[in-house]
Design a protein around this ligand. Sequence first.
Ligand SMILES: NCCCC[C@H](NC(=O)[C@@H](N)CCCCN)C(=O)O
Length: 482
Amino acid sequence: MTEAIRQSLRDSKAARWGALGIISITMFAGYYLTDVMSPLKPMLESEFGWSSTTYGIFTSAYGWFNVFLLMLIFGGIILDRMGARFTGLMSSGIMVVGAAIKFWAISNPTLITDTTFGIHTQVFYASIGFAIFAIGVEIAGITVSKIIVKWFKGYEMAFAMGMQMAVARLGTMLALAAPVPLAMYFSSVHTVVENGQLIEKMSPSISAPIAFALVLLVIGFIAFFIYMSMDKKLELSETDPNAEAVKPMSMNELWSSIFSDLRQIIGNKGFWLIAILCVLFYSSVFPFIKYAADLMVNKYGLSQSTAGMIPSLLPLGTLFLTPIFGGIYDKKGKGATIMIIGAVLILLVHTIFSLPILNYWYVAVVLTIVLGIALSLVPSAMWPSVPKIIPENQLGTAFSLIFWIQNWGLMGVPLLIGYVLDKSNPEVVIAKAAGTEIPLYDYTNPMMIFAGLGALAIFVGFLLKREDRIKGYGLQLPNIQK
Ligand SMILES: NCCCC[C@H](NC(=O)[C@@H](N)CCCCN)C(=O)O
C-alpha cells in the first residue's frame, strides 16, 4: 500500500500543480462569462430598455435548470459514477453551447421588440443561454473540486483550492473591469432623428464582451482535453496491476447505490450546516456583485464607465488572500472559526453599505476590500472542510447537493433584489416608462437584505462549530498530515 502511494503521480509536486493550472483555465473562462453582464446593467437599460426586474430575471436564470431540473444533482451523480474526465469534458462543452446562445441573443437586434412567454424575447433567449451555461459551469465547479481532492489529499489541499478559486476570481475581476471598455471600443456610430434633427449617436457593442467570453470558453474546453491525459496517467500510476477488475453494476445495484449515497449525505447534520452556511454566504456576495456597479453609480455617484472599477477590487484581494487563508487552514486548522470571521465581515460591510450616509467613493473602496477579505476567508475554509465530513466516493454527489442548495440563493436573491429595487424606487420605474430623466435608485433596502443574510450566516457558523465539537469532524484541525 505504502509502495503504491509513493509511486502515484500525485506525489510529484510539478504534476499536481500542473494539473491544477490546466483545470483552472477552464474555470477562469467560466467565471468571466458568469459576471460579464454586471457592469453592463446600465447599458442594457439604456440601449435595450431592460428594467432592474428584467435584469434580475436574466441574472436568476443562472439557477433555472440547475435548481428546477436538478441538473446539478445529476451532474454530481454522473461525476461519482462516470469520473472526472467524462464529466469535465461534458460540462465545459455545455458552457460553450450556453454562452453561444447568450451571445446570439444579445447581438441580435431583431429580438428587442418581441416578447416570448411574457418576457422580452432577447431577455428570454439570453436567459436560456445563461441557464444552459450555468449547468456547465456549476458541474465543472464540482468536477474541479473533486479533481483537487484527488490530486491533493494529504497535501496542501486548502491552498490548492484557494489557488484555483483565485484564478477563477481573476475571471470575475476581468468581468467587472473589461466589459464596458470593450463595449465602448467596438461601439458603432449611427444617425437618428431627435426633435426633428438628424444626430449622430454612438451605440456601444454590448455583445463584444460576450464574444470575448466565448473565445475564452473554447480555450477552456481545449485545456480540459489536455487535463484528461494527465488524469489518465494519474489513474494508471495508482492502479494496482494485481487488483481484480471491478465488476460492472446492474441497473438495480446502480440505483440503490445512488439512493444509499443520497440518504447518507442528507442524513448528515454537518453536511446541512455547511450547505446552509454556503447558500447564506454566497447569496450575500455573488448576487451583490451583479448589482455592485449599479450601486456605485446610484449611491456613490460614479460614472457608468468607471463604476465597474471599484467592484473589481473585490476579487482582486481574494487572488492573494484565498490561497493564504487556505494555507493557514492547511497548517493551523481553525476552519470553523475562519468561516465565522468571514460571515461577521459580510454583516459589517453590507450594514455600512445600507446606511444612507458616507456616500464617498473611498468608503466604497474600503468596504469592497473588506468584502474581498470575507470572500477569501469563508471559501478557503468551507470547501476543504467538505471532504472532512463526507467520504471521497460520495464527494461529487455531496458537492453537487451543496451547489444545488446554493443555487437557490444565487437564483432567488438577484431576482428579489431587482424586485425590491423597483418596488422601493417607484419614481425610477415611472420615469423610465415616461421616457423622462431617470432619478437615482435608493439601495438601502437591497443592502439590508444582504446584511440580513450575513447575520444568519454567523449564526449557522456557530452551529457548525458546535457540531464539529460534538462529531469530531476535525474542522478545527490542520489538513496537512505530518
Ligand atoms: N473547490 C471549491 C469550488 C467552489 C468555489 C465557489 N464556487 C461556487 O460556489 C459556485 N457554485 C458558484 C460560482 C458562481 C461564480 N460567480 C467559489 O467560491 O467561487
